[in-house]
Design a binder for this molecule. Structure first.
Ligand code: F6P
Length: 344
């Protein structure tokens, strides 16, 4: 093996640059491998947009949010032609192994390419923390810190105005950010996709709080809860991306209106949106991302292809990509039970 490629796909996430830095450093220092950066996720392989990464390229990027390589939601498996272009680029640039940093969609493509004989290794990325087979994905801790700080800030204004504050956070399939930041921020109710809820019960709980003298409430809602038309998710746009996902967002407003109607209490809604994904990673995410990047190159060097690096306890290990892409990692009831203890 002489040359490896690295790409970042899907939504950006704090810690991507830390992984890229670790991949380049490990490859150059330990294995004397050249590293090619692939621009804009899978689009870079489709379009042949590839450039060498050096020590200079990674200088100063550890604390930077986003990804120096750019990213996209391009699905190279959408046609025979795009797949062929990917294979041509890999051949043309002599890429002997690929580090693919992404979430469910990006890693799903990596798994398919592995089945076609392309040497790939995956690195789990998503602020949603919903990838199975790893205790944590990098980016999640940063998102949780941002949301927790926001809840703290919203708490004081909610209290001053005797209002209900609905805070919508990311979480397409699962409520990891909502649950963990909700516990950390002392939320009075947390609504997540995994646990069905009755809005009447939420309103009744808010009223009971009020009767007890708690004249404000903090309700954290994951964007993926089903409270839209025909009991589906609330989408901003019906149009889907190349992996079939609609852009979620707005369920907080729908829930907020209903709560105001049912309780008669003034209700305000904040959607934290992309603030959760932008900016500098926490120390935890920098370290996790760095360990993942180092391990990914080790796997390629040892020809352990078709794997994803993962965190189990405090140990960085690996798992078959096939295992990863079949399901989402949902909140366990014990954890939600801890959050629930503080509701109302
Ligand atoms: O996958 C992470 C995520 O943050 C989801 O929670 C969210 O639905 C999605 O990305 C939105 O990303 P984009 O608008 O970039 O497609």
């Amino acid at each position: 093996m002489k040359k490896i490629g690295v790409l970042t796909g899907g939504g950006d996430c704090p810690g991507l640059n830390a992984v890229i830095r670790a991949v380049v450093k490990r490859a150059l220092d330990t294995y004397n491998l050249q590293v090619l950066g692939i621009r804009e996720g899978w689009a870079g392989l489709v379009k042949g947009r590839v450039e060498p990464l050096t020590y200079f390229s990674i200088s100063g990027i550890l604390p930077r949010g986003g990804t120096i390589l750019g990213t996209s939601r391009t699905n190279p498996l959408k046609s025979e032609e795009t797949l062929q272009r990917v294979l041509n680029t890999i051949k043309k640039f002599g890429i002997d192994g690929l580090v693919v940093i992404g979430g469910e969609d990006t890693l799903g493509v990596a798994g398919r390419l592995h089945e076609m004989g392309i040497p790939v290794v995956g690195v789990p990325k998503t602020i949603d923390n919903d990838l199975p087979c790893t205790d944590y994905t990098f980016g999640f801790d940063t998102a949780v810190s941002i949301v927790t700080e926001a809840i703290d800030r919203l708490h004081t204004t909610a209290e001053s105005h005797h209002r209900v504050m609905v805070i919508e956070v990311m979480g397409r399939h699962t409520g990891w950010i909502a649950t963990i930041a909700g516990i950390a921020g002392g939320a009075d109710c947390i609504l997540i996709p995994e646990i069905p809820f009755k809005i009447d019960a939420v309103a009744a709980m808010i009223k009971r709080r009020c009767e007890r003298g708690k004249t404000f409430s903090i309700i954290v809602v994951a964007e993926g809860v089903e409270f839209g038309a025909a009991d589906g998710q609330v989408v901003q746009d019906e149009k889907t991306d190349e992996f079939g996902h609609a852009l979620l967002g707005g369920v907080g407003i729908v829930i907020g209106k209903k709560i105001q109607e049912l309780t008669g209490m003034e209700t305000r809604v904040t959607n934290l949106g992309y603030i959760q994904r932008g900016g500098t990673p926490t120390a935890f995410d920098r370290v996790l991302a760095t360990r993942f990047g180092v391990k990914a190159v080790d796997l390629l060097a040892r020809k352990e292809y078709g794997k994803m690096v993962c965190l189990r306890g405090n140990s960085v290990e690996s798992v078959d990509l096939q295992e990863v892409t079949s399901s989402s990692k949902t909140i366990n009831p014990e954890l939600y039970g801890v959050a629930e203890l503080f509701f109302g």
